[in-house]
Design a protein. Structure first.
Length: 142
């Protein structure tokens, strides 16, 4: 989970790869957020269950619409806001994080096995990414 304004990682968790692990973990992470927060997600999260779970948490779900093969769970309540377009543009920041983690953060080929160890390494690498990102942000500010 990243902050859309600065591109900093605010929460990181590695889970077992299942078909719904991203959505389940996203709901768990969103439950710790304050009410009214906006959460972005990719097209794979455009399911009725995920969107409704976020709305129950009073979190705005500007998930990317998946209209290619079915009807989207995102309706006009979300897409009519100007923040929806901004959120769709900011979604690319998470790809920068994963790109950095794979090329610099030693996450391309893991040297550890097991969910606990991989989660620790992933969280540590995300923290290092934040330190580098903060350094770059402060250099541009001065």
């Amino acid at each position: 989970m990243i902050d859309n304004r600065h591109g900093l990682v605010v929460n990181a968790e590695a889970t077992q790869a299942t078909g719904s692990a991203d959505r389940e973990t996203g709901i768990a992470m969103a439950s710790a957020l304050p009410e009214g927060t906006t959460v972005g997600a990719d097209k794979s999260s455009d399911t009725h269950a995920f969107v409704e779970a976020l709305r129950r948490l009073t979190v705005t779900p500007p998930v990317a619409q998946n209209t290619s093969t079915r009807s989207s769970a995102i309706d006009g309540r979300t897409t009519c806001h100007p923040g929806y377009l901004v959120s769709q543009q900011k979604r690319k920041l998470i790809e920068e994080v994963f790109g950095w983690l794979k090329t610099v953060g030693l996450m391309r080929k893991l040297r550890h096995r097991g969910t606990r160890r991989v989660d620790w390494l992933f969280t540590f690498a995300a923290a290092v990414y934040n330190l580098v990102r903060i350094r770059n942000l402060t250099e541009h500010a001065t």
